[in-house]
Ligand binder design. Structure first.
Ligand code: SF4
Length: 83
């Protein structure tokens, strides 16, 4: 797996919309994760923990992992419930 496969900026021909080369490591300053890149079927999405497990499994860490987690957060307008 490459980081680009989880990024909405990857085009159908596998090229980056921004013209970047596919990063050799799971790091990219413009990484823009898409939930549909993790779960082909939205019904399969089971929440942030699932996203985190998948991201960690594929070696996504650091800033890129934070972006994945931010994507899975409830929308800003909804009520946040702290555990
Ligand atoms: S922005 Fe980075 S991660 Fe996204 S497709 Fe381009 S090179 Fe890949």
């Amino acid at each position: 797996m490459t980081l680009c496969e989880f990024c909405v900026l990857q085009q159908a021909d596998n090229h980056c919309s921004l013209g970047h080369k596919t990063p050799a490591k799971m790091r990219c300053v413009d990484f823009a994760p898409g939930i549909n890149r993790f779960c082909a079927t939205p019904a399969d999405y089971a929440g942030q923990e699932q996203l985190k497990q998948m991201a960690l499994f594929f070696g996504i860490a650091g800033r890129e992992l934070k972006r994945v987690m931010a994507m899975g957060e409830p929308s800003k307008g909804s009520e946040m419930v702290k555990p």
